[in-house]
Write a protein that binds this ligand. Structure first.
Ligand code: C5P
Length: 222
C-alpha cells in the first residue's frame, strides 16, 4: 500500500475535520488540520494586540513562533510556543477574525511551507481551504466537501453546544456565510474547488457514509 496524500478542502462546517479524522484513523495516516494553524496565529496576534491588518507584523510574529499539531485520544491538540491552545483557538473571537489573518500572503507562505514539510512523506489527510490548489498540488486524492449553509450552521450549533459555547443558529449562519465569502473572495489562495478534485456534498450524508465514500476512493489510489 502507498502512503498517499489526501487533500480535503471546503467551506466552514462542511464536516471536513470530523470526516478527515475518521479517514486518517482507518488508514493509519496522520491527520493535519491546517485551519488550526491559522487559528493559532490569530489567537496569538490578538493576545499580543497586533493589528490583524498588519501583514508584516503578523509575519514577523509567526516567524518567531512554533505551532505543533499533536494527535491525542481526544483528537488533535494544538500547541503554540509549547502551550496547549486547543480550546482557545475555537473561541468566537478567533473564529470571527481568522479569515482576516488568513488573507495575508506572507502569513500563508510561512504556514504553507510548514504544511508541505508535514506532508512530505505522505500518509496524510490534510484539510483546509487551499490544500488541493496550493499546498499539495500533487496529492493523489483531492476532495472538495460542501453542504448547504443551513446544514453547516446546524452542525456548528450542535458542535458548540457540546463544547459548552453559547450560540444562535441565525448568527452562526450569518457568520459562516461571511467567513465563506471572505475565504472565497480573497486574492491569496482563495477557497475554490481544484479542477482535479472530486465534489462531495455532505448535506444528506451521515459522517460515516462520507468517510466510507472517501475511503473507497483512497483504496483505488493506494
Ligand atoms: O477549518 P477552520 O474553520 O478551522 O479554518 C479557519 C479559517 O482558517 C478559515 O475560515 C480560513 O480563513 C483559514 N484557512 C485558510 N486556509 C486553510 C485552512 C484554513 O485560509 N488551508
Amino acid at each position: 500500500k502507498k502512503n498517499i496524500q489526501i487533500a480535503i478542502d471546503g467551506p466552514a462546517g462542511a464536516g471536513k475535520s470530523t470526516i478527515a479524522k475518521i479517514v486518517a484513523e482507518a488508514l493509519d495516516f496522520t491527520y493535519i488540520d491546517t485551519g488550526a494553524m491559522y487559528r493559532a496565529v490569530t489567537y496569538k496576534a490578538m493576545q499580543q494586540n497586533i493589528h490583524l491588518d498588519d501583514e508584516a507584523k503578523l509575519a514577523e510574529m509567526l516567524a518567531a513562533s512554533t505551532i505543533d499539531l499533536k494527535p491525542s485520544p481526544q483528537g488533535q491538540l494544538v500547541f503554540l510556543d509549547g502551550h496547549n491552545v486547543s480550546a482557545d483557538i475555537r473561541s468566537n473571537e478567533v473564529t470571527s477574525s481568522v479569515s482576516q489573518v488568513a488573507a495575508h500572503a506572507k502569513v500563508r507562505e510561512l504556514l504553507v511551507a510548514q504544511q508541505q514539510k508535514l506532508a512530505a512523506n505522505g500518509g496524510v489527510v490534510m484539510d483546509g481551504r487551499d490544500i488541493a490548489t496550493h499546498v499539495l498540488k500533487n496529492a493523489e486524492l483531492k476532495i472538495f466537501m460542501s453542504a448547504t449553509v443551513e446544514e453547516r450552521a446546524r452542525r456548528r450549533f450542535i458542535d458548540n453546544q457540546k463544547r459548552g459555547i453559547d450560540s444562535s443558529l441565525e448568527k452562526l449562519q450569518e457568520e459562516i456565510a461571511l467567513r465563506d465569502k471572505k475565504d472565497s473572495e480573497r486574492e491569496a489562495s482563495p477557497l475554490i474547488q481544484a479542477e482535479d478534485a472530486i465534489f462531495l456534498d455532505t448535506t444528506a450524508l451521515s459522517i460515516d457514509d462520507a468517510a466510507q465514500a472517501i475511503l473507497k476512493l483512497a483504496e483505488e489510489k493506494m
